[in-house]
Design a protein around this ligand. Sequence first.
Ligand SMILES: *Cc1c(COP(=O)(O)O)cnc(C)c1O
Length: 407
Amino acid sequence: MQKLPITRSEPDEHGHWGKFGGRYVPETLVAPLEALTKEFSRARNDSDFWRELSQLLCDYCGRPTPLFHAQRLTAHAGGAQIYLKREDVLHTGAHKINNAMGQALLARRMGKRRIIAETGAGQHGVATATVCALFGMRCIIYMGAEDMRRQALNVFRMRLLGAEVVTVHAGARTLKDAINEALRDWVAHVHDTYYLLGSALGPHPYPLMVREFQRVIGREAREQILSATGKLPRVLIACVGGGSNAIGLFHPFISDESVRLIGVEAGGHGKSLGQHAARFHNGAASGGGRVGVLQGTMSYILQDESGQIPTTHSISAGLDYAAIGPEHAFLHDSGRAEYIYASDAEALEGFSVCAELEGIIPALESSHAIMPAIRIAHELPRHAAIVVNLSGRGDKDVQLVAELQTQ
Ligand SMILES: *Cc1c(COP(=O)(O)O)cnc(C)c1O
């Protein structure tokens, strides 16, 4: 059957994009999620809310971020003009602050003074601790013991910002286990606690809400590329962990059918389960990414034959997760967006190429999009443009890369 082209991507009132998304949670969380959905809908239609958020994003976070014409990368690729959307220049170093700021304002509207969050690499934890310091809110961050060991500097940063970091010893002691612990906390303290989720994941309304807070990336990029080139880009490309920076860039272009949307997953260091985090690229045959439910939402999830969630691997902690946000699952199945993957080695190459040719050290997450962008640009004419989302800066990764180079 021929598929109709997708020109919009909005969930129904229960947060379903087709079969994806929804709200698969214990009974005790239904009422608080319902209250959150109501408050978010009110805020979404309140121009005062958006005005205050824009002001903070501008004065405190550093928006609008530049759209930079990367001329040496362009010459290196030998094709389309490459533009970098510079989310890396934001306060705290990545796009995550856009969402943390939006949700903190929402928590304040709801009268909640205790904020909980979970973090893998620590980037979302740092963004959350930052906005909590700004608003004088109590902040508790759940983090796996293994991640705390790997990301000691971010743990110290969160503590400097006044947050309490709680060590999670369960399971593999990484992100998935930290999320379980945060959900448990929320169940026990719903009356005064706000759960500040870090990506376009989890039960409704989080995937929609996080997208709405990250859409500013695509709205700015659309205006900036139109004013720089007078036309729409041919391609948008972004790395995909849970999917928030990618959906933030893609969404304002969904109805522009001529614009290709390309998400890059973490290909890790092999194709077997456990060696990567490419949810769309390890089909049922090898027991990899299949439709299922994880942590409140239906999407593509890496799982073994019996539905157990395996450990995942990526050189970048921010892409190292078994599930992808439900809206991406919908865009994938509908054919509106394409998903490819880049290996750890390609990410390291992209990291160096971007540093050497443009003087910009990107986060290892963002680095996954660089080599694919060069390949795609090479196949396009010079008058075409391609926008790469530079979701974060690489300061946090310099030590890891240095260790790998001396091995
Ligand atoms: C967390 C993170 C990501 C991955 O999260 P998404 O929700 O997929 O955007 C990507 N880049 C950076 C720099 C991050 O910190």
